[in-house]
Design a protein around this ligand. Structure first.
Ligand code: NAD
Ligand code: IPM
Ligand code: MN
Length: 361
């Protein structure tokens, strides 16, 4: 009896799923609050807690992210919703590195899932492309590679200067992200996993990826496999995007090809992503950055952030709300209720408000 009373008074019963929010810098501070309004309009049973980590906070008191934050986020939240980090007033980008890459690395969010879906043919820069043609997912390794920041300089600032940047690939890291790609394919009705690398030049790292890919593929006889060098993949993304299904690649290649993939969807303002470790608190962020030149002008496209919010809701089990939001974004594109970067004339707030109203219907 005492225990029951204690439980009731210390943890009020709430069915709302807790979500941590880091709007961050630049347009992150515009698109995230607007996307949150859309989530609220969907009726999703979630509760947002805001954290002010970003350039302003860093410039004010030196904080990037408090040391115990990663444990706290993993313990107290079902998901994290992040805007963008990066501000010209912090030229070292140290805060972005510690907050964004900090979450990816220290929370071990090893699979960066970046869906590439064209919502309406009018958004695609390719001639005659249909929505069916552009529908694939990039699974980007998210905790290794050149992002591990291993390397150094020798004879700094002299004509003989030497700089190295190591590309770290562990057997465990490669294997788990490749397995994630196959599992993703299976659970999303996808038929093929394509692994992309540059093993013709990066023979050691590429060799590991090649061997592991072949081994893991044996466990998934129902899924077709393909390999393509990453330069050839760039060509394929433009020439025959319809041939792509699930693409798995390393951290750096995944970063680069997903900006190209964003262009296929209408631009960076349309692209969503999730940084996932199955079973753990995962982090969701639009693919775009803080876009300093358009920040604070009500110009940023909120759709990438809104679609990211939908992805997050689906991940935490709120699939119906996620679908409502995606449908409303698609409708907004069709009815030209969109921002200038994708050929519309609406502001950030007006575009998001239209989508929110649609969702609330
Ligand atoms: P960016 O994505 O901020 O901008 C690239 C181009 O796309 C710009 O022309 C910008 O105006 C446009 N753009 C991006 N998002 C848009 C949106 N929602 N609506 C309309 N237009 C949009 O990339 P950048 O200029 O290379 O980087 C700016 C800063 O953001 C840098 O500090 C960079 O490190 C950081 N960055 C952060 C993230 C992140 O936090 N996830 C991602 C990429 C870049
Ligand atoms: C992204 C961004 C980041 C990355 C930067 C801001 C560190 O470009 O999320 O795509 O390179 O991963
Ligand atoms: Mn990027």
């Amino acid at each position: 009896m005492l225990t029951a009373v204690f439980l009731l008074s210390s943890s009020p019963v709430t069915n709302k799923k807790p979500i941590a929010v880091v709007a961050g810098d630049g347009i992150g501070k515009e698109v995230i609050p607007n996307a949150i309004e859309v989530v609220k309009a969907s009726g999703a049973a979630v509760e947002f807690t805001h954290f002010d980590w970003g350039a302003d906070r860093h410039l004010a008191d030196g904080t990037t992210i408090p040391p115990d934050a990663f444990q706290m986020l993993a313990r107290d939240f079902d998901a994290i919703f992040v805007g963008a980090l990066g501000d010209p007033r912090v030229p070292t980008n140290i805060h972005a590195k510690e907050i964004l890459l900090g979450m990816r690395f220290k929370m071990d969010l090893y699979a960066n899932v970046r869906p590439v879906r064209l919502l309406d043919a009018s958004l695609c820069p390719l001639k005659n492309a249909t929505t069916a043609d552009i529908n694939f997912t990039v699974i980007r390794e998210n905790t290794e590679g050149v992002y591990m920041d291993m390397g150094g300089v020798f004879k700094f600032g002299t004509p003989d200067e030497l700089a190295t940047q190591e590309d770290i690939n562990t057997r465990k890291g490669v294997e788990r992200v490749i397995r994630f790609a196959f599992e993703y394919a299976r659970s999303n009705g996808r038929k093929k996993v394509l692994m992309s690398d540059k093993s013709n030049v990066m023979t050691y790292a590429g060799g590991l990826w090649q061997r592991v890919f072949k081994e893991v593929a044996k466990e998934y006889p129902d899924i077709n496999t393909q390999h393509m060098y990453v330069d050839a993949l760039c060509l394929q993304m433009i020439r025959q995007p319809q041939s792509l299904d699930v693409v798995v690649t390393n951290n750096m290649f995944g970063d680069i090809i997903t900006d190209l993939a964003a262009a296929l969807q209408g631009g960076l303002g349309m692209a969503a992503s999730g940084n996932i470790h199955p079973g753990r608190t995962s982090m969701f962020e639009p693919v775009h950055g803080s876009a300093p030149p358009i920040a604070g002008k009500n110009m940023a496209n909120p759709m990438g952030a809104i679609l990211t919010a939908a992805m997050m809701l689906a991940h935490i089990g709120l699939a119906a709300e996620a679908q409502k939001i995606e449908d409303a974004v698609t409708q907004a594109v069709r009815e030209k209720k969109k921002t200038a970067d994708v050929g519309g004339s609406m502001g950030t707030r007006e575009c998001a408000a239209w989508i929110g109203e649609r969702v609330a219907r």
